[in-house]
Design a protein around this ligand. Structure first.
Ligand code: HEC
Length: 180
């Protein structure tokens, strides 16, 4: 079984909550009423701090991951993985819009801007550019990234597949943007 970062964070928070509760329960038994309160408060604060630091570290790690993954990504492998997208997307310059928009120039370009394609409002309202990180998150779970969008695709589960596909898309551009 694989657990998402969210599930892992949730588990960590739960475990910390149990530790805090457990410490208090033991404290109640061991420490006299007068001394109890300060001990209880001190341990609660420390545990909360640990949870926060843990979350921040996870976020930083994800950012570094995208840069590192892009550095190691293989456009040729991306072409193969893009087989899953071909039913709906062309990627060559001047390619047709199919079920999904043509993807020439998509990396670094504004979102939802392929000419002549009728985007959902969910995608149009995202705003901003398709950065490496945005694409990485979108391709991991399109529905989660842009709820209500009409790309009916479950996402690429392997992080290396996502990076490879993005590297392949990057090459299909007038001037490929620099890697992160
Ligand atoms: C079942 C059809 C389908 C498949 C399969 C599919 N897409 Fe899409 N894709 C769409 C549609 C439809 C949209 C437009 C979504 C909207 O407007 O809500 C879209 C939008 C996109 C966009 C945003 C384009 C823009 O101009 O902002 C990207 C990037 C993208 N798809 C990449 C991919 C990649 C990479 C794959 C394969 C891993 C893939 N898609 C698989 C249908 C699909």
């Amino acid at each position: 079984m694989k657990f998402s970062t969210l599930e892992k964070t949730g588990a960590v928070i739960l475990i910390c909550a149990w530790i805090v509760w457990g410490t208090n329960a033991i404290g109640n038994v061991l420490v006299s009423v007068d001394e109890h309160e300060p001990v209880g408060y001190a341990s609660t604060e420390t545990d909360q701090e640990e949870v926060l630091t843990g979350e921040q570290e996870t976020e930083v790690e994800e950012e570094l991951d995208v840069a590192a993954l892009m550095g190691a990504a293989d456009p040729a492998a991306g072409e193969k993985a893009f087989g899953k997208c071909k039913a709906c997307h062309t990627v060559d310059q001047g390619g047709a819009n199919k079920v999904g928009p043509n993807l020439w120039n998509v990396v670094g370009r504004e979102k939802a801007k392929t000419e002549g394609f009728d985007y959902s409002s969910a995608l149009q309202e995202l705003g901003g550019e398709w950065t490496y990180e945005n694409l990485y998150k979108f391709l991991k779970d399109p529905k989660d990234y842009a709820p209500g969008n009409k790309m009916t695709f479950g996402g690429l589960k392997k992080s290396t597949d996502r990076a490879d596909v993005i590297a392949y898309l990057r090459e299909h551009s007038d001037s490929p943007p620099p890697l992160p």
